[in-house]
Design a protein around this ligand. Sequence first.
Ligand SMILES: *Cc1c(COP(=O)(O)O)cnc(C)c1O
Ligand SMILES: [Zn+2]
Length: 416
Amino acid sequence: MEYVKNLKCTNCGKTYEAIPDKYLCDECGDKGILDVQYKYEKIKKEWSKEELDKNPEQSIWRYLPLIPIEKNSKRPKLRIGHTPLYHSKAMGEKLGLNNLVIKDDGLNPTGSLKDRASAIAAVKAREANAYTVACSSTGNAASSLAGNIAAMEEDMNAIIFVPERAPAGKVAQLLIYGAEVVSVQDSYEAAYYLSDDAIKKWGWYNRNAAINPYLVEGKKTAVLEMAEQLNWKMPDWVVFSVGDGCTIAGAYKGLYDLKQIGFTDRIPKLLGVQAEGCAPITKAFRTGNDLEVTDENTIADSIAVGSPRNFNKALNAVKNSDGEMVNVSDDSILKMMKSLGSTTGIFGEPAGVTGLAGIKKAVNKGIISRDESVAVVITGNGLKDTSNARKAAGDLIEIEADIDKLEQIFGDKGVI
Ligand SMILES: *Cc1c(COP(=O)(O)O)cnc(C)c1O
Ligand SMILES: [Zn+2]
């Protein structure tokens, strides 16, 4: 990896050689989350926006100098990333904003932003000469790992630990992609610890994003793309929903990288949004105290993480960007699913639209003002969780096949 300097402990600063299966700092244990360091000067010299313009690759791999994989490593045969960015005047107006852009990451191959990290996991696993990759997940990390492993077209296995509440659509995906699925009849936290024990016991490659330093480097490609799509003119705010905290940490990393190599001139403020029923990171942000483990009480299953492992990276990301954290209710999340869908044609899962619901709240609280430009990422596709979607969707017309009755009902409803 010609552009990677080393791995640096975010707790004590000790550095390590960037080998593919190095996860945590030897000195700091669980707290010793490592961060990939790049040779920014070298990247600056050897890479440019003009060079990027000429690159025909339409996926995350177009940003290879900022991705910690070997140039010639085998990659999954899926189009990861390159998701669309829409200027939405109508949605902006609804939220009280003059300038809103929406990036639909639900259009990744397995339907969520997690593909950006799972693609890296699949590549790093083979670099580490491993054939079995495991993770615990509320659903999307798992289904994306399973899909990306299948797309490696090698004799690889994904072993997945999900909590019992994982939505049916995500579990169906896992099985279709051929993963071995362990449904832990307990919380996400319990599923996490069981996966951790199993990974240590059998020596599998670890795709737990909070532990594996390479995965946030995949997640950051969402903002690399966003910046390029905005012609390197960064918005005032970039908004993400927050569960474990790796996504928003990755976003900060990407924004930081771009500034270091001179592609952009500033880092936008990050707005992190959690669900009221599970908001340990917002609480730590507000109080400045240590993180307290909370219940996982929200329909936004992908961000229902009561004991987030990467909260320090997430807190630093929001603070260093001079950003903010807010919480939103399940009710406002459901309403936002409908509002987004009916206004823009984008269908997000509950955690996928939580960022948008947070924008509404932040505008109402005066954190974001009308004239500030805002970019939000819809992180997951609504088709993954249709039972929650139906709660938000409203009623349909149920009748016999009779045109007179239809005319009657349409007349009453004012459709005709
Ligand atoms: C994983 C996920 C998030 C949040 O990412 P974290 O790294 O856990 O903070 C948000 N939305 C969706 C749809 C996700 O799958
Ligand atoms: Zn350390």
